[in-house]
Design a protein around this ligand. Structure first.
Ligand SMILES: [Mg+2]
Length: 346
């Protein structure tokens, strides 16, 4: 079962800004008074009706709908919402994979399609009642097919593709609908005269292996109805982060250091509140030209100390490009592991 929240960032914003509900809304990565730079991160369906979509430069989006409502993204807020949603979803399956901030795959091994459908209805209802949000759910024999079912049912949908329906469901679809096939792989396949998923299944797998490596074999199997994907339990995609915008003049080294202390404190407080250890720290720096510098450091053990968050971030900050003006700085902990003896927030 693949659960994907509908237009998640924008939906979270509609929760605390009900005045935007029913009106076109964009959440993007530029500040509200400098919103022509940067890109659309998420937009609601009212904005999509004007041709706006995620990944689009904000300047293009404002051309399509000059008076569209705009909010700068607040990732810390979306992550707090996500953690609670994920904690609730976790209670429905003993094996769950967090695929992204707004998407999870639940292993329903042992259930038949009828039972899975009932569970999915329950999950959709709980998400609406407890969080005021909508999601789409896809159910199928494997993770990839469930994801494709989910994609086909958006928004606010629920679609079951049983084993016997899989080949018919996927074969006629464009290769771009297969998770993991982006522009680059897509154009390699197009160059081989392949446009639909069904056509991948007719290729010689050794040729696919030569062109695309092991991914070629994966998509070959998936196209044949033998998707090898599995739900892998891990906390790696869960994270907690805090960030600060530097609005006016460039920050001094001392000011940046102070900011790191504050961010580490805040992340640490949230970790305590949520009851997690972490296995990695990441530092994000956004420059004035909107380019970003992201560095990660992973640990082999579950860690829990404010000093470690600060020290790691500090070390990573030393590696940033000197002379470039920093506009935003963020600290994230990831690879979250539930502390023993603490209940989840569900
Ligand atoms: Mg989503």
């Amino acid at each position: 079962m693949l659960v994907d929240m509908d237009y998640f960032y924008a939906a979270c914003e509609e929760l605390r800004h009900p005045e935007f509900k029913g009106k076109p809304l964009i959440v993007g990565n530029a500040s509200a008074n400098d919103k022509t730079r940067g890109v659309v991160q998420t937009c609601n369906y009212e904005a999509r009706a004007f041709g706006i979509h995620s990944g689009m430069p904000l300047s293009d989006a404002f051309k399509l709908k000059p008076d569209v409502n705009y909010l700068e993204s607040d990732e810390g807020y979306y992550e707090r919402e996500s953690l609670q949603i994920m904690a609730m979803l976790r209670s429905y399956s003993f094996r769950m994979e967090v695929m992204s901030i707004d998407e999870a795959a639940l292993d329903l091994d042992g259930m038949d399609y009828g039972e899975a459908l009932e569970l999915a209805k329950k999950v959709k209802k709980s998400i609406t009642e407890r969080f005021g949000l909508k999601c789409t759910i896809g159910i199928s024999s494997t993770k990839t097919y469930a994801k494709m079912a989910c994609d086909a049912a958006k928004p606010d949908g629920l679609l079951v593709i049983e084993d016997s329906q899989v080949l018919e469901f996927i074969s006629g679809k464009n290769i771009g609908k297969l998770p993991g096939i982006g522009k680059k792989t897509g154009s390699i396949l197009n160059g081989m005269g392949v446009h639909t998923i069904g056509e991948i299944a007719k290729l010689d797998p050794t040729l696919l292996m030569t062109k695309l490596g092991s991914f070629g074999i994966e998509i070959y199997l998936t196209a044949k109805g033998k998707d090898p994907s599995k739900v892998i339990e891990q906390g790696a995609a869960l994270s907690i982060s805090r960030e600060r915008t530097i609005s006016f003049r460039p920050a001094s080294a001392e000011a940046l250091d102070k900011m790191l202390h504050t961010l580490a404190d805040e992340v640490w407080d949230e970790l305590n509140k949520q009851g997690y250890w972490f296995r990695g720290v990441s530092l994000k720096v956004r420059y004035n030209d909107f380019t970003e510098h992201i560095k990660n450091r992973s640990f082999s053990n579950n860690e829990g100390s404010k000093e470690l968050i600060y020290e790691s971030a500090k070390k990573m900050l030393e590696g940033v490009e000197k002379g470039k003006r920093i506009r935003k700085i963020g600290v994230r902990v990831f690879g979250l592991v539930q502390r023993k003896g603490q209940k989840t927030l569900a």
